[in-house]
Write a protein of this length. Structure first.
Length: 453
């Protein structure tokens, strides 16, 4: 049955792994990754044959996760952390590349392979960090905003480096091709700005007036994946394009309903991503090179913790924020897999170096959820040792309404009740799926959200 049978194997294995992780009070992603190891090509028993097709579906999971992040994450959320994101992240990227370059030299790689190795070890894993923060209900905290801001800028930096990296070390430097790649990416961003402000709001409003939830879901998904594909054609990341699409929708009246519709689809495809990551792990390589893997993991993890913790502290963040950033961002990222594959196919990496990067990436990914769980205990120790430190800011809530009245449905009665409460200065918000009624509420000055109550 081909890919259908493989999907059945993956879903059943993910269910078993997720149940075991839940019983052990571990994040579900740990169970998914271990399920991938079991059904992967390097272990005995039932294995998945259509690995290339599964990897493509897994990439959709990454795109949908970044798409929903874009919907949840308004640009105004980046303002409080813009200094550390815009100025601190490039410093972190350079330090991370320097760290990886040094490790590459210790492994006996040449300068070009060491540089590629450094770029592969520098970025963090956006998917893992978001799932870890979301699973603990921390996406609205100041710590999470600092991390998300750094991850966004980090991805931009790495994508820029990836445009240049293939042109290094060759017999001739093709400046024209590099310039064309940069111009193509800039044109895409310009076109996206135009489409995002003119076309997408008109399209969403038109679809909402038809009152078809099925068509609304298809429209939202098509925007996320379609813009992601357009970004890939422009030389940018597929997932980054999906994130841009989410940002555009986040500024519209339809963000809440779009998020609610896409989340179940996102979770299914995200599960495929984590299982596919586990399928890359070769236990035989890990056993044969255990010493090398352990010291590389130790150096990379500890050094990246100090880098992230030091940068957040240098930009004025205190209390638990440097600690939380260090324990959440030390792993290798999605771009590590891409760079490892490109390095292997271009002849920069040997098969052993490629396997080492994959293994180190997977080990650090598996370490992230349990390491992040140590944040609160370590923070309590820190508070006892440094009693003069200012109050904690880890659980600063996201801005929003509090103690307000929710009117489910903005028909004639709902509008009357919401309007009366609004005139009495009682905090109120109405939720309505009919676009015409949403417009009527706006005309009366009633706070309203487009969505299914």
């Amino acid at each position: 049955m081909g890919i259908a049978a493989d999907l059945a194997i993956i879903v059943v294995a993910a269910l078993a792994g997720g149940m075991i992780a839940q019983l052990l009070r571990q994040p579900l992603i740990v169970g998914y990754i271990l399920a991938g190891v079991i059904v992967g090509p390097y272990t005995a028993g039932v294995t998945v044959g259509s690995r290339e097709e599964i990897a493509l579906l897994a990439e959709i999971g990454v795109a949908l996760l970044l798409f929903t992040l874009g919907i949840e994450f308004s640009l105004k959320d980046l303002r409080p952390v813009r200094r550390v994101a815009i100025f601190g992240t490039p410093i972190q990227v350079l330090l991370g590349i320097g760290l990886g370059y040094g490790v590459g030299q210790m492994l006996g790689l040449d300068w070009l392979a060491s540089l590629w190795f450094g770029v592969a070890l520098g970025p963090s894993n956006t998917m893992i960090v978001l799932k870890t923060l979301g699973g603990r209900g921390l996406l609205g905290t100041l710590s999470s905003r600092v991390m998300i801001g750094m991850l966004i800028v980090q991805d931009l930096c790495v994508m820029a480096i990836m445009l240049v990296l293939p042109y290094l070390g060759g017999s001739s430097f093709d400046g024209g091709a590099l310039l064309f790649a940069i111009v193509r990416a800039a044109l895409f961003l310009g076109v996206m700005l135009l489409i995002g402000t003119r076309v997408i709001p008109w399209l969403m409003r038109r679809i909402a007036r038809w009152e078809s939830r099925e068509l609304f879901l298809i429209t939202v998904t098509a925007l996320g994946l379609g813009i992601g594909y357009a970004a890939w054609l422009a030389g940018l990341s597929f997932a980054f394009g999906a994130f841009l699409a989410g940002l555009v929708i986040s500024e519209s009246d339809y963000s809440h309903q779009a998020l609610g519709e896409v989340i179940p689809l996102r979770d299914i495809f995200a599960m495929l991503f984590f299982v596919s990551v586990g399928m890359l792990l070769d236990p035989a390589f890990l056993v044969a090179n255990l010493g090398t893997v352990l010291w590389v993991v130790a150096i990379v993890a500890v050094a990246k913790m100090f880098i992230f913790g030091g940068i957040t502290r240098a930009f004025g963040y205190r209390n638990v924020i440097p600690l939380a950033s260090a324990l959440a961002l030390f792993q290798l990222g999605e771009f590590s897999f891409v760079l490892a594959r490109q390095g292997l196919t271009s002849g920069v990496f040997s098969a052993d170096t490629y396997s080492l990067i994959l293994t180190v990436a997977l080990v650090t990914i598996l370490m992230t959820p349990p390491a992040f769980q140590l944040t609160q205990p370590l923070y309590r120790v820190q508070r006892r040792l440094f009693r003069s430190a200012p109050l904690r800011t880890f659980d600063v809530p996201a801005d929003g309404l509090e103690g307000h009245v929710v009117v489910a449905g903005a028909g004639r009665v709902g509008q009357f009740v919401a309007g009366m409460l609004h005139r009495l200065h009682v905090p109120v918000v109405a939720i309505e799926l009919n676009q015409q009624r949403v417009d009527e509420c706006k005309q009366q000055g009633i706070p309203v959200i487009y969505g299914d109550a």
